[in-house]
Write a protein that binds this ligand. Structure first.
Ligand code: CMP
Length: 226
């Protein structure tokens, strides 16, 4: 797929004319990242916007003790790094490659010019910021009001999304996550995630194949979210 065709699929650029897309694609450059590589740290200066061409990037908050909280996982056609460009304050979180990645990179001045010239793109970025804030609110609500079992069940249901079922009806989460990563997503310890996984497997609600988790009984898993 050529860069213009790809950029047209990015929500932020949906409303652009073919000429604008052409201009934009001549402003972006590409960058590769190896799995596990840190793209930037919280507190560093932010001068560019990233759009994911291939792979997944996690956005996380590290703690002094080495734990982390995963705020979001971005994949193909998602963008990130807009906050530092919009408010001029350093990066709000770390960004780390979860897989080998290819990114499009857009400089701050090109990004801001592009926003100034496209009212629909402004609407689109505001909608994205609003959506991300809603998700963060949901996460805060879950952390305050759900126990670990409820949070874990809800996260599994969210991660499985709309994946296609296997012949026996099992729905596999198509992202291989470590127990530590799962724990970072729900504000729990790796040990408690390990315990939950064992419990859910014993009850026949899930199955695991290596790092992959399959949901066997969606209805009973849903009932654990309360
Ligand atoms: P920036 O602050 O420049 O660098 C970190 C990026 O992570 C940030 O821009 C956003 O793109 C993204 N980010 C930060 N916090 C969240 C969040 N709560 N939900 C989704 N994305 C986030």
């Amino acid at each position: 797929m050529d860069p213009e065709e790809f950029l047209r699929q990015v929500s932020l650029f949906h409303s652009l004319s073919p000429e604008d897309i052409e201009r934009l694609s001549s402003s972006v450059r590409t960058q590769s990242l190896k799995k596990g590589e840190v793209l930037f740290h919280k507190g560093s200066e932010g001068t560019v916007l990233y759009i994911i061409k291939k792979g997944r990037v996690k956005i996380l908050l590290p703690s002094r003790s080495g734990d982390e909280v995963i705020l979001a996982i971005f994949s193909e056609t998602d963008f990130f790094g807009e906050m530092a460009l919009l408010d001029g304050i350093p990066r709000s979180a770390d960004a780390v490659a979860m897989e080998d990645c290819e990114l499009f990179v857009l400089d701050r001045s090109d990004f801001l010019t592009f926003l100034m010239e496209n009212r629909n793109a402004v609407k689109s970025i505001l909608a994205s910021l609003s959506m991300r804030l809603r998700k963060t609110d949901d996460h805060l609500e879950d952390t305050c009001f759900l126990n670990i079992s409820g949070r874990f069940a809800k996260k599994l249901l969210e991660l499985v999304g709309t994946s296609d079922p296997e012949d026996d009806g099992t729905l596999f989460i198509d992202l291989a996550l470590t127990q530590s990563e799962l724990a970072s997503m729900i504000g729990a310890t790796r040990e408690s995630v390990n315990k939950e996984l064992r419990l859910l497997r014993e009850k026949g609600l899930i199955t695991t194949v290596g790092k992959r988790i399959g949901i066997v009984n969606m209805e009973r898993l849903r009932r654990r979210v309360h």
